[in-house]
Design a protein around this ligand. Structure first.
Ligand SMILES: Nc1nc2c(ncn2[C@@H]2O[C@H](COP(=O)(O)OP(=O)(O)OP(=O)(O)O)[C@@H](O)[C@H]2O)c(=O)[nH]1
Ligand SMILES: [Mg+2]
Length: 321
């Protein structure tokens, strides 16, 4: 595939085209993803999540500057939640990374989440393959930590940066909701604002209860002020140190193996779904099935079990005949 060679040479137009194929669920996207797969596994994937407006994009923008100074190529995928939070904001506005837009060593792309949770993770996973194979050293995935999407995205990341900010009153909510569980590195951004020290104490307190004894990897907390660049150098060092630590302890490998398991499970689920849909025309029959249930002429489990049995019987019949 020429496209694969072009991607591996880092040609931006080929990369953009590949991502479009994946997003539009074009049939050739599968073969493309598989052709790229052997050339992946090199990039460091950093998930960046946290409440709306916490400063995720500003932080990523600052980190890009440092990465570029070290000669690294950087890519950013911003998952657009199409939620009320994005409120029609212009992408460039939300991303705050305009100054890198003309740098050929930086690739920035937003992806709509379209409300399909598994779908976002699958598409994002394949987009990551494109960027990884294209030679980007660091790939950021920015998501807003308000729902299920970011949890899926977290599964795609090597290291998750959870961005918190003082004074919103929601940080405690976030901890209660278990969002704290998904962070590897905790960033208290907007340290120039009142309440940052209090938030630091709260985060330290909550983390002191995290997986006692079981998880030996430490969770750094870094205070930053993204708008004026304070703490960004420390943050970068914390990320590098954490990467070294999880690589040494085997946790990175474990995460990546687990990610592959999840990916296989996701593909299997979608394939089975598609297969069933083709053979039994599930979507088409749903209203009729619902009608029999509504009239109490059938029961849900029995109905589905019967359909599956028929499907399996027919499948077997095809092969033996
Ligand atoms: N005072 C202060 N403001 C900041 C800091 N970091 C970011 N901001 C401001 O906070 C606002 C939101 O910043 P973004 O970087 O867009 O935050 P985000 O988390 O990416 O926002 P969404 O993607 O919309 O969820 C902007 O007005 C920033 O200028 C900081 O350290 N201190
Ligand atoms: Mg943002």
């Amino acid at each position: 595939m020429d496209l694969v060679d072009d991607i591996r040479r880092g040609e931006v137009r080929a990369i953009a085209r590949a991502i479009s194929l994946i997003e539009d669920l074009e049939p050739e996207a599968e073969l493309l993803a598989d052709s790229l797969f052997p050339h992946t596994g090199r990039a460091l994937i950093l998930g960046v999540t946290g409440s709306p407006g916490a400063g995720k994009s500003t932080l990523v923008d600052r980190l890009i500057t440092l990465e570029r100074r070290s000669g690294h190529k950087v890519a950013v995928i911003a998952i657009d939640p199409s939620s009320p939070f994005s409120g029609g904001a212009v992408l460039g506005d939300r991303l705050r990374m305009q100054e890198h837009a003309t740098d050929p060593g930086v690739f920035i792309r937003s992806m709509a989440s379209r409300g399909f949770l598994g779908g976002v993770a699958a598409a994002t996973g394949d987009v990551l393959k494109v960027l990884d194979a294209a030679g980007y050293d660091t790939i950021f995935i920015e998501t807003i930590g308000v729902g299920q999407t970011e949890v899926k995205i977290v599964e795609l990341s090597d290291i998750v940066l959870l961005v918190l900010m003082p004074g919103m009153g929601d940080e405690i909510q976030a901890m209660k909701a278990g969002v704290m569980e998904i962070g590897d590195i905790f960033i208290i951004n907007k340290k120039d604002m009142p309440g940052a020290d209090k938030l630091l104490m709260e985060v330290e307190y909550v983390l002191s209860f995290k997986n006692p004894g079981e998880d030996t990897v430490t969770n750094p907390i870094v205070m930053t002020s993204a708008t004026n660049g304070e703490g960004i150098g420390l943050l970068r060092e914390a990320i590098a140190a954490h990467r070294t630590e999880i690589a040494r302890s085997g946790k990175l490998e474990q995460k990546r193996r687990f990610r592959l398991e999840r990916e296989l499970m996701g593909v299997l689920n979608r394939k089975i779904h598609q297969l069933m849909d083709v053979h039994i025309e599930v979507s088409k029959q749903l209203p009729d099935w619902a009608d029999t249930l509504y009239r109490r002429k059938a029961c849900p489990y029995a109905l589905i079990n019967k359909q599956i049995q028929n499907f399996l019987k027919e499948g077997r019949g095809d092969r033996t005949n």
